[in-house]
Design a protein around this ligand. Structure first.
Ligand code: GDD
Ligand code: MG
Length: 355
């Protein structure tokens, strides 16, 4: 079976003011009746015994949110690993691999971000099955999305051979994490790149070997943090002293850009990283004028605009707006040009330094 490893320790700052330090976006009901984290857990339990119970990696502040949200959908976790501090995805994935392989040396793990929208679970499960073959051959398998714009916030996967119609994995020539705009434009124009979805499938021991080769210092620090971990019910607390020595780096930079045993399964169904308010607008089913709003709002002659109030006390009204994002909470309001919503991150940094 496949052991899902759900990463949900990110802070999701680009979705401020809905996403907060104390309650990041993956735990919010952004789209639909459940949180993105719950949707991920449900998706990874729906493969007719394909999946083992999920392992979840998060920060200490979120541990009860995680266990309550899993409880609410009836999915008991395998373990919840607690990172003493957020050190990005490279240490988290390695900690999961080491923890898992201690009890199950041949474990196959599926690393899945908690903040993605993947409505077609059957297509997703079919792609995973297609990836398993390459995994058995020792490959680190990525899932590629057909790109439609030169997005600089994603990784890019250059296929070594043209993917066939059968959806099987093909070898990767190159993995490029978050290129600049000019490079992204060239890659899109060349036609042989896919976006990296951020979902990975591999044997625990193969990814451990990749860290040993490409990130040896990180490897030894994470190994210490895992072997000195402290169990507390279903929570496994990674050792803080070793963890504090670990570099803050993503798995994409630390391992994927360097490894030479990568493959990609093209994933052709709908996928979205709900990374910013523009993505929420795009997936909120804009009406004929391009307006997306929720119940607490009124729009008059607006175009291509998102109006959203997440507070029952706040009625939000937009008049004559074009290409605007307006999000109201009880204690904070965002009003931004829809083409500038990536800069919400800058605003959050500035607010932090005010405090
Ligand atoms: N447990 C844990 N600890 N989870 C983390 C941490 C951490 O320190 N940092 C981030 N995460 C989680 C986030 O919550 C998210 O679910 C996932 O890991 C990915 O992190 P992001 O910060 O959202 O990465 P990204 O979007 O910039 O880039 C990645 O995803 C893109 C597609 O969405 C990369 O893999 C890109 O190559 C890829 O294109
Ligand atoms: Mg992301």
């Amino acid at each position: 079976s496949i052991s899902p490893v759900i990463l949900c320790g990110g802070s999701g700052t680009r979705l401020w003011p809905l996403s907060r330090q104390s309650y990041p976006k993956q735990f919010n009901q952004l789209i639909g009746e459940t949180s993105l984290f719950q949707q991920a857990a449900l998706r990874l339990s729906d493969g007719e015994n394909l999946f083992a119970p999920p392992m979840v990696l998060t920060g200490s502040d979120f541990r009860f949110i995680v266990s309550e949200q899993l409880d609410a959908i009836g999915i008991p976790p395998q373990d919840i690993l607690i990172e003493p501090d957020a050190r990005n995805t490279a240490p988290a994935v390695l900690a999961a691999a080491l923890h898992l392989s201690a009890s199950e040396p041949d474990a196959v793990m599926l690393v899945a971000p908690a903040d993605h929208l993947i409505p077609d679970t059957a297509a997703f499960v079919a792609s995973l099955k297609a990836g398993l073959k390459a995994v058995e051959a020792g490959q680190l398998v990525t899932f590629g999305i057909r790109p439609d714009r030169p997005e600089t916030g994603f990784g890019y996967l250059q296929t070594a051979t043209q993917p066939g119609a059968d959806g099987a994995a093909v070898p990767l020539a190159r993995f490029v994490e978050k290129p600049d705009l000019a490079t992204a434009q060239e890659m899109i124009a060349s036609g042989d790149y896919l976006w990296n979805s951020g979902i990975f499938l591999f044997r625990a021991r193969d990814i451990i070997a990749a860290y040993e080769t490409h990130a040896p210092e990180l490897y030894s620090a994470v190994q210490a943090a895992v072997s000195d971990a402290h169990r507390d019910l279903s929570f496994v607390r990674l050792a803080p002293e070793a963890w504090s020595r670990i570099e803050d780096v993503s798995i994409d930079y630390a391992v994927m850009e360097k490894a030479d045993n990568l493959s990609v399964v093209p994933f052709m169904a709908e996928w979205s990283d709900l990374g910013g308010w523009d993505a929420i607008w795009r997936h909120g089913a804009p009406d004929a004028a391009g307006v997306v709003e929720n119940g607490q709002t009124t729009s008059i002659d607006c175009e291509d605009t998102l109006l959203r109030s997440d507070s029952p006390q706040v009625e939000l009204v937009g008049i004559g707006l074009k290409n605007i994002v307006a999000v109201a909470m009880n204690d904070a309001v965002l009003v931004a040009d829809k083409d500038r919503v990536q800069d919400v991150k800058i605003a959050v940094d500035r607010l932090k330094s005010k405090k």
